[in-house]
Design a protein around this ligand. Structure first.
Ligand code: TYM
Length: 330
């Protein structure tokens, strides 16, 4: 049997090049190796842990699914589905709610950050989110979960919950492992290289969106913060240039060392112009494919229906086992 891979992206906000380099590009590489059975989920139930406009959310869910394909996910090789179309995710979350100590959840740094921002409006769902993520993963027994660095703590929690369930009730879940590439696992904001590029960043100049047009991409790269000095060097003393080099390397398919060598004699301005042209070309290809896919409603529906049925055929067996072990059976 092939090893399995599971991952997902929230249809909240607009996808950016951090999502591409930290997740989508890794996913398509794993897919092309041909070594895995793969499921990619549009995690819409995660998106509603903070307020969403229903009309925009519906649109975003389809957009994210189309972007998966436009970025290289091939539905004949990987299954794509929408989380809320498989009720098993929410069901397993409740079971995990009942065995997970509050203290484990209170330690989640992303919750602490987001709840500070949302203040009194912070929902129970936002607190509970890591257990929904644990359910997403554990339902499918994946060997690897390709995600960026910001999801590491959530993945560790999923592993702890799996162990706790297995010890308490009997073997049900495989312990998942994180997969990522050090250089692209944490792409930083272009306007603040000490903060992660993020969908929820209020400063639009910090992120390059997958659907930004050429002019916007050029403007954002031109305005990107740089470090003192003038060498194009990947070094901890040069967080801004290192971030641009990681982006350059990820989009041009060359190593960071090669990117450094190629730009050795360039000024910051010349390097930025080169980076912008690489981004415009690659994102332009993605956008052309996206524009075709988003028009073809019937095709996208077929992909998502097939993905949902495939996902449910696996997860329903897991739910039956869980119910049996927990004692929820006549
Ligand atoms: P989300 O939607 O915030 O991000 C999607 C993916 O993009 C990665 N990522 C980044 N990688 C590098 N640099 C960045 N600046 C950057 N920003 C985001 C994320 O690490 C992620 O891989 N909770 C998850 C979604 C989720 C999930 C799952 C993932 C729900 N259930 C099960 C895997 C398995 C999230 O909010 O990702």
């Amino acid at each position: 049997m092939k090893s399995r891979i599971f991952s997902g992206i929230q249809p909240s906000g607009d996808l950016h090049i951090g999502n591409y380099l930290g997740a989508l590009a890794q996913w398509s590489k794993l897919q092309e190796s041909g070594d895995y059975e793969i499921l990619f989920c549009v995690v819409d139930l995660h998106a509603i842990t903070v307020p969403q406009d229903p009309v925009i959310l519906k649109k975003k869910i389809r957009e994210v699914a189309a972007l998966y394909i436009a970025c290289g996910i091939d539905p004949s090789k990987s299954k794509i589905f929408i989380q809320s179309e498989n009720p098993d995710h929410a069901y397993l979350t409740w079971i995990f709610d009942c065995i997970t100590p509050m203290g484990w959840m209170e330690r989640m740094t992303q919750y602490k950050d987001k709840s500070k921002k949302n203040g009194e409006r912070t929902s129970v769902g936002l607190f509970n989110y890591p257990l929904l993520m644990a359910s997403d993963i554990l339902l499918y027994d994946p060997d690897l979960v390709p995600v960026g660095d910001d999801q590491k703590q959530h993945l560790e929690l999923a592993a702890d919950v799996a162990e706790k369930f297995n010890k308490t009730f009997g073997e049900a879940f495989k312990i998942p492992k994180i997969f990522n590439q050090k250089e692209t696992a944490r792409i930083m904001s272009l306007s603040n290289p000490t903060a992660k590029m993020s969908k929820s960043d209020e400063d639009p100049s910090g992120s390059i969106l997958l659907l930004d047009d050429a002019e916007t991409i050029e403007k954002k790269v031109k305005r990107a913060v740089t470090d003192s000095g003038n060498e194009i060097q990947y070094h901890s003393d040069k967080p801004a240039i290192s971030n641009l080099l990681a982006i350059y390397s990820g989009f041009s398919g060359t190593s960071i060392e090669n990117a450094e060598r190629k730009n050795k004699n360039s000024s910051y301005g010349e390097f930025k112009a080169d980076l912008a042209s690489v981004l415009v070309e690659k994102l332009g290809e993605i956008q052309r494919r996206f524009n075709e896919l988003i028009k073809d409603e019937a095709h996208l529906n077929t992909v998502l229906d097939e993905g949902r049925d495939f996902a449910h055929s696996i997860s329903s067996k897991k739910i039956e086992l869980v119910k049996d072990l927990v004692g929820l059976r006549r």
